[in-house]
Design a protein around this ligand. Structure first.
Ligand SMILES: [Zn+2]
Length: 284
């Protein structure tokens, strides 16, 4: 298998790695896809419902259900109804303007909406299909939402299999470990990593980033594990055991928004790449 590098914002990989896909923002305040996109392959990062949106673009005005389902303060809520799912697909189709993403990254609804998610997802998917959009669709775990912990991954992977959903999983490891309180507990870390085996056939992407204290998306894996070498090595060893010899490729997205004193963002990414290559992963 290979890790397929995705370019994240303007973050450069070490020179031996040449990403051919870039991540592009597609949240609800976006009206046009990035103008420097040209004919590049891209992964569209859709709305993730973490903060306020203005809902003031021309395009979003055509989608009353998306606007009215947001909270009073203006934070979007995701997958709230069948109508929402249909509007979400139409919003994206409008945004694409003929340029189809290689990947569409979506995010889970709140916990109480998750039981309806797969039915609503099918409506979304069918709407894209009927507009001839064949992107690969991936869903990411988010703390505090319907897809947060190992239990959620296990039961949702079974739904993907049983319902034959055209949807694959992104494993955001730091979010998963934070939710499972595995960041500083080696037994827990081992337990979490081992339980990925049961649903790894549905995992098509990794998100990896560092965290300095409580400041997330910052630094490398040394920072994430508070410079605890044995925690970091345990993670890398178990990750390699799960995926290095698998027969499919996995997308890799380094969500590093900041470095710190003696580690620039580029250096942090190069450290993570080195860690992964050190346990046998190859970038391709
Ligand atoms: Zn992520």
């Amino acid at each position: 298998m290979h890790l397929i590098p995705i370019k994240y914002h303007n973050l450069n990989y070490p020179i031996h790695i040449k990403p051919t896909i870039k991540e592009v923002a597609g949240h609800f305040d976006i009206e046009f896809l990035s103008s420097d996109l040209k004919d590049d392959k891209f992964s569209l990062h859709t709305e993730y419902a973490a903060g306020l949106r203005r809902f003031d673009t021309d395009i979003i005005q055509s989608f009353p259900e998306i606007i009215s389902s947001s909270t009073n303060r203006g934070v979007p809520r995701l997958w709230t109804s069948e109508k929402w799912a249909e509007e979400f697909a139409q919003f994206l189709i409008g945004l694409f303007d003929g340029k189809h993403p290689h990947i569409i990254e979506i995010h889970p609804p709140r916990i109480n909406e998750f039981s309806n998610f797969s039915e609503r997802y099918k409506i979304f998917y069918n709407e894209l299909q009927s507009n001839n959009i064949k992107s690969k669709i991936l869903i990411e775990n988010r703390n505090g939402f319907g897809l947060s912990g190992i239990d959620n991954f296990q039961s949702f992977s079974k739904i993907i299999d049983d319902d034959k959903l055209n949807l694959k999983l992104i494993l955001d490891f730091p979010q998963l470990f934070n939710f499972e309180e595995a960041r500083t507990d080696i037994k827990k870390l081992e337990q979490v990593m081992n339980s990925i085996d049961g649903f790894k056939h549905n995992v098509d992407a990794f998100h990896i980033w560092g965290q300095v204290g409580g400041s997330s998306h910052r630094g490398d894996l040394n920072d994430y594990f508070n410079n605890n070498e044995s925690m970091k090595n345990k993670f890398l060893k178990l990750l390699a055991k799960l995926f290095v010899n698998s027969d499919k490729d996995i997308y890799f997205i380094p969500e590093i928004n900041a470095g710190h004193d003696n580690c620039t963002r580029e250096k942090c990414l190069s450290n993570i790449v080195e860690d992964l290559e050190g346990v046998g992963f190859k970038f391709g």
